[in-house]
Design a protein around this ligand. Structure first.
Ligand code: AMP
Ligand code: MN
Ligand code: MN
Ligand code: MN
Length: 293
């Protein structure tokens, strides 16, 4: 398996903040030519068995996945886990704890929005959540767009849901050390998700990469729907500097919202080690089609 494999190792279903079911995502990935797929719901692995079964029914190889919310030097960072045992008890407990704070956070967000003149946002957002244990800012954003408070999701985040804005509630997620450990102990590989999104200084970014590496993290997303092509080059260099493998994923959330569709990103730069080379033993291979009688 090579650099040119159409692998999409980052996307979201209704089990977190996507708008499609795992089976619908599998069909869409397959239709777009994806050969190796991973569903990476935020802080959740409840969709993994469905996703693997749907991938296999279509003849697509599958890697288990999740995207863990982490707090690193006061900033939220996302760590993707790939190729772990989906029935691992420590990982399940860690994710349950990580998502456990979301309901109270959502109530706090709603209370602040009410003070800013937008009542009923908790109940509103909850209606959009496919999984009540995983209420996210995305669900608030959909509610505020559909009720006409803002023109689009980007506007909701800019006006209400980011640091310094009236609906922003600081939250402490998992420790980097724990997230990497849960993934590794379950047999998987930890990946820094979309590093271009964190707005770190050069020193802070260096700290993230070196600490992540030291803790046993092994890969970084280079080609993602969250990066510009200039960032592909920046993080290809970072991957080489830190001896990390490279991952590729759209971060698709739904047809109406995501500008990057499943399976449509460019190949990884040739000099990098694709993360799926580290994971060849962990890939859940699609059963071969039986010979016609
Ligand atoms: P949460 O985990 O509840 O803090 O929500 C984070 C999610 O919000 C991310 O995974 C994205 O799906 C979404 N998000 C963050 N920033 C934006 C933005 N500017 N526009 C649209 N969605 C965003
Ligand atoms: Mn999301
Ligand atoms: Mn993310
Ligand atoms: Mn994501």
């Amino acid at each position: 398996m090579s650099h040119s494999l159409n692998a999409d190792l980052h996307c979201h279903s209704l089990v977190s903040d996507g708008t499609l079911a795992p089976e619908e995502l599998a069909a869409r990935a397959h239709a777009n030519g994806v050969r190796l797929w991973a569903l990476t719901d935020h802080d959740e692995i409840g969709g993994q068995h469905r996703a693997a079964a749907a991938a296999h029914a279509l003849g697509m190889d599958y890697l288990t996945g999740t995207e863990i919310s982490v707090t690193f030097i006061g900033t939220t960072v996302h760590i993707v886990g790939l190729g772990f045992d989906a029935d691992d008890a420590q990982l399940a407990r860690g994710l349950a704890t990580t998502r456990g704070g979301r309901d109270q956070r959502a109530r706090d967000i709603a209370e602040q929005l009410a003070r800013a003149g937008i009542p009923g946002a908790y109940e509103g957002a909850l209606c959009y959540a496919g999984n009540p244990a995983l209420i996210s800012r995305t669900h608030f954003a959909r509610y505020l767009v559909d009720t006409g408070v803002c023109r689009d999701m980007g506007a909701v985040f800019r006006k209400y849901l980011t640091e310094g804005k009236p609906g922003f509630v600081p939250h402490y997620w998992a420790d980097l050390r724990d997230a990497v450990r849960w993934i590794r102990d379950a047999g998987g590989v930890a990946v820094i998700a979309h590093p271009g999104r964190y707005r770190f200084t050069a020193n802070e970014e260096y700290a993230l990469f070196s600490e992540f590496r030291q803790l046993g993290g092994q890969a970084v997303e280079v080609v993602t729907g969250s990066h510009t092509s200039a960032e592909y080059r920046i993080y290809a260099d970072m991957a080489q500097e830190f001896g990390l493998a490279a991952s590729r994923g759209s971060d698709f959330h739904g047809p109406e919202e995501s500008h990057t569709d499943l399976g449509t990103l460019p190949d990884l730069p040739a000099q990098l080690t694709p993360v799926w080379e580290l994971l060849s033993d962990r890939i859940l291979r699609a059963p071969k089609a039986p010979f016609a009688a």
